[in-house]
Design a protein around this ligand. Structure first.
Ligand code: HEM
Length: 398
């Protein structure tokens, strides 16, 4: 089975159970048609892969596959010449990871929250008088990108230019190679400007860090962080909004038992992790995982959606998820997400800002999933609401 068919299927949980019943905790799959790999479905086995980098490495030089030039997997799996934490192992990874950890630890959360609220409010202003909107293209995608690029000190114009490039890099049309080069240039210009006049943002923290050997490492690390954040945030915002708009436990305002946004966010992380299939690790030696015989050079994808719902760890209890953060949706081990807190902050403010201002109703309950081997989110989320009256922006005359 190809991963994109799995994420695009109507009942993904049932498809995962079928795979697990047939193969056990590790199943052979196609990463794209004709490109073989393994999908790890068991919770214990996913933890083993993510924690054992001496056997399951992140660096794609261990991968034996030669992808055709036009393959959509290049940007994520085979990024030749990129020098960032995401593609590194061992001491090299730790050297590149420290500046990222320190930058996120130094974030001013009140200032970040104000920035994200401003982004959300400007976006809602842009469609609130229309009475209808697509919350993916018109909101979730833009909030994610503008919030994260804002945290790095880019203005909205640069943020939008980066967003266009990132979409091409991830294979949604255009020329991915040219788009990545443009993205690098925008980021490099910003790094140079920040060195001249540092602000209070993540870029300033990166630029000042002694662990980077040169500007290429800074640029590649920033591009990875911006891109990694984007897909995850869009998916988490989209799935949480859908849950809040369709699940009677969240929509039942009059029953007095309505559950809150934090619960919806946690439940989403457990049941629909933003990255359903996490790419990838490469086997350094022949080994056995579950009952699968893995060969050196094989690619291994971590099935976070499957692992979070592995019946061996998960009780059938409806209240199990609320406040329980022991899912694998942020990863574990050396590459675990360094930005859990800001990630949660962006998603919470994005959903809250919309729901506080507009009485949203989903206008089409049928879902078409955006095609991706890695994540599963609706291609569109059409809603209607009572249009807001346009507020006159010109000051009244005295
Ligand atoms: C402000 C938003 C975010 C930023 C800037 C960010 C950044 C990053 C970066 C730089 C890494 C690479 C770490 C490394 O290789 O050492 C990473 C890893 C990861 N992130 Fe995030 N992230 C964000 C939000 C999220 C969200 C919302 C999720 C999902 C709930 C998520 C899930 C993950 C996972 C699963 C990994 C592990 C990758 C692996 O083990 O291969 N991230 N993130």
């Amino acid at each position: 089975m190809a991963l994109v068919d799995l994420t695009g299927t109507e009942d993904m949980a049932a498809a995962l159970r079928e795979l697990q019943d047939h193969w056990g905790p590790v199943a052979p799959v196609d990463l794209e048609p004709g490109v073989p790999g393994w999908l790890v479905l068991g919770h214990a086995e996913v933890m083993e892969v993510m924690r054992t980098e001496s056997v399951f490495a992140r660096n794609p030089r261990h991968w034996k596959e030669q992808l055709p030039r036009e393959s959509s997997l290049h940007a994520i799996l085979s990024p030749a010449g990129r020098r960032a934490l995401y593609y590194a192992d061992g001491p090299d990874h730790r050297r590149l990871r420290l500046p990222v950890d320190e930058a996120f630890a130094g974030i001013d959360e009140a200032r970040t929250a104000a920035l994200v609220r401003g982004v959300c409010s400007r976006l809602i202003d842009s469609f609130s008088a229309q009475g209808q909107a697509d919350l993916i293209g018109g909101y979730a995608a833009a909030v994610s990108f503008l919030a994260v690029s804002g945290m790095f000190g880019f203005d909205d114009k640069q943020g939008i230019a980066l967003l266009r490039c990132a979409s091409e890099v991830f294979g949604h049309g255009g020329d991915p190679v040219a788009a990545l080069a443009t993205m690098d240039q925008i980021v490099l210009d910003h790094v140079l400007a920040t060195r001249e006049a540092p602000g209070q943002d993540l870029t300033a923290s990166f630029v000042a860090h002694p662990n980077f050997q040169d500007d290429t490492e800074i640029v590649h690390s920033m591009v990875v962080a911006i891109c990694a954040a984007n897909e995850m945030l869009v998916t988490w915002i989209a799935a949480t909004l859908r849950r809040m708009l369709t699940d009677p436990r969240y929509t039942g305002r009059v029953t007095g038992v309505r559950r809150g946004l934090d619960d919806a966010m946690d439940e989403t992380l457990w049941r629909e992790p933003p990255v359903a299939n996490l790419p990838a690790r490469y086997a350094v030696t022949d080994c056995t995982l579950g009952s699968a015989h893995i060969r050196a050079g094989d690619a291994i994808v971590m099935g976070l959606a499957a692992a979070n719902n592995d019946p061996r760890v998960r009780p059938a209890d409806d209240l199990f998820e609320a406040g329980n953060r022991s899912h694998l949706s942020f990863g574990v081990g050396p590459h675990a997400c360094p930005a859990r807190r800001p990630g949660r902050l962006v998603v919470k403010i994005a959903v809250e800002s919309l729901m506080e201002r507009l009485d949203l109703r989903l206008s089409d309950p049928d879902v078409t999933w955006a095609p991706s081997p890695w994540s599963r989110y609706p291609a569109v989320l059409p809603v209607t609401f009572t249009p807001e009256r346009q507020v006159a922006r010109t000051p009244a005359r005295a």
